[in-house]
Write a protein that binds this ligand. Sequence first.
Ligand code: GCO
Length: 253
Amino acid sequence: MTLFDLSGRTALVTGSSRGLGLAIATGLAEAGASLVLNGVDAARLEARAETLRAKGYSVRTAAFNVADEAAVVAAFEAFDMDDVAVDILVNNAGIQLRKPIVELSTAEWQKVIDTNLTSAFVVGREAAKRMIPRKSGKIVNIGSLTSELARATVAPYTVAKGGIKLLTKSMTAEWAEHGIQVNAIGPGYMITDMNEALINNPQFDAWVKGRTPARRWGKPEELVGTAVYLSSAASNFVSGQIIYVDGGMISVL
Ligand code: GCO
């Protein structure tokens, strides 16, 4: 259906050298988008880009740290110079740090907030500066179950993801009138490198399977349908929403 066709659009997916970001980027390419992959490891990025190009997709790379404002600004200036118009931005980049609050340093707290929340503001701001004159754009922020609920030992991640939910609404408040739709995806417990320690912990694995109505962990590619929807014309009158792709976890006690 042309409603979900991303042909002719360019999608920047931050943190897309692996995990959820790579799965989402691959899915957007399958729907027709040209990709800009982002990460901090240029060699890993280029390797991923080669793999995707071998599938016939249009892929360029932009290696920069989303937590480094100057690097983000420079990246968008380079896009301008190269006539790269970011039509779709997926703010996916993020880190996890599992530690009780009383043991956290302020520097540890700040690093998670900077990478998982402030980066979405900075990259979103730079993308929107270019989308507003074009009167169109799609921004998809990656939240979490922790956008709604807290779990012990992941306070900075939870606060950042809670902020992502309200940043999505704040961006909607200012940018929807300019033809930009801003929404969020809240992944459940997904099989990713970031969650490897949890997956390999029998007690945590049992908890996730018991607490999730679908009784399993999610696969990164299971985010693609929602990501394509929120990146396509199918969602042109949807903004400020967060859609949970979580096997039902957020909906039950
Ligand atoms: C954790 C996990 C979670 C999940 C995801 C849930 O330590 O509890 O890393 O944060 O990754 O965010 O939505």
